[in-house]
Design a protein around this ligand. Structure first.
Ligand SMILES: NC(=O)c1ccc[n+]([C@@H]2O[C@H](COP(=O)([O-])OP(=O)(O)OC[C@H]3O[C@@H](n4cnc5c(N)ncnc54)[C@H](OP(=O)(O)O)[C@@H]3O)[C@@H](O)[C@H]2O)c1
Length: 271
């Protein structure tokens, strides 16, 4: 019987590439998102699409129940969906910041809470949480994103330890810049919140950074391949980095004094 994968954010970027790869390798993939109608062609590849809005708890539960109704189990949950709000801490309205935490942190944990008892009944499972290099590097202008992903990384580690006794393995994957819609969405928030504020010059620099990152970053298939490798492993590590140089950022953040990081950011974001 095929292993059943439930992946959030399967309608675009990393989630879409992962859904396609896993389906081609014989997994039964349920890909979720709000815009499932835009990717109906995925159904021709054997991928089942389910509507899920992470800001709406009922839709999370409905999609989850549908997978259990059809398959009776979930072997692998990939909490991938997410987005980044760019803008200064001062400019971003608190309601938007709450939404950022809802989508990037509370919703994936809620979905995990639904999946855990089913995995336990089934003798085990694997939860793969997509965090970011922003989860260990505090990022000005991407501060709400960075805070939500760092909280997600911390909870992911705690869940790994707590759930190991039930044969449920929790892993986080921290990508560095990947060429997807992510920078475009982050830019749209920057435009909305900080382009006409006292931070407009800083915002301009960030726009350029996002523009370049779209052009020069690797495609999402690189993350899909990493996720496939993690799924196939018997024994996993708590965190994986992708591409390889994401690990360098991690070690740099651990060994460099915070004052150096502060200087580097100030230089990059100078007026
Ligand atoms: N690209 C990068 O450089 C990068 C780097 C580090 C980490 N990441 C992380 O990787 C993950 C995937 O991002 P991506 O780069 O593939 O970006 P993407 O192409 O923009 O895809 C984001 C996915 O998240 C889903 N999503 C967003 N808000 C949602 C909501 N309220 N409810 C349900 N689904 C929602 C979107 O689906 P719908 O629009 O259909 O709802 C979409 O499928 C994210 O968690 C992101 O933070 C990305």
């Amino acid at each position: 019987m095929s292993k059943v994968v439930l992946i959030t954010g399967g309608t675009s970027g990393i989630g879409k590439a992962t859904s396609i790869l896993l389906s081609s390798r014989g997994f039964k993939v349920y890909a979720t998102g709000r815009n499932v109608d835009k990717v109906r062609d995925l159904e021709e590849k054997g991928i089942a699409l389910l509507y899920m809005n992470l800001l709406d708890e009922e839709s999370i539960r409905n999609a989850f129940d549908e997978v259990i109704k059809r398959e009776g189990k979930i072997d692998i949950l990939i909490n991938n969906a997410g987005y980044g709000i760019a803008g200064s801490v001062e400019d971003v309205p608190i309601d938007e910041a709450r939404k950022q935490f809802e989508v990037n942190l509370f919703a994936p944990i809620r979905l995990s809470q639904l999946a855990i008892p089913k995995m336990r009944e089934n003798g085990g499972g694997r939860i793969i949480n997509i965090t970011s290099i922003a989860s260990f590097l505090p990022s000005p202008i991407l501060s709400w994103y960075s805070a939500s992903k760092s909280a997600f990384g911390f909870l992911s580690f705690a869940m790994r330890v707590e759930l190991s006794r039930f044969g449920i393995d929790v892993v986080s994957v921290a990508p560095a810049g990947i060429s997807t819609n992510w920078p475009l969405i982050a830019s749209s928030y920057l435009e909305k919140f900080s382009s006409n504020s006292l931070y407009s010059k800083v915002a301009e620099r960030m726009f350029k950074f996002f523009e370049n990152s779209i052009k020069s970053s690797p495609s999402p298939e690189i993350v899909a391949k990493k996720i496939y490798k993690i799924i196939m492993k018997k024994k996993t590590k708590p965190v994986y980095f992708v591409p390889w140089y994401a690990k360098l950022f991690y070690f740099t953040s651990k060994v460099l004094p915070i004052t150096w990081l502060e200087k580097a950011y100030k230089l990059f974001l100078r007026d």
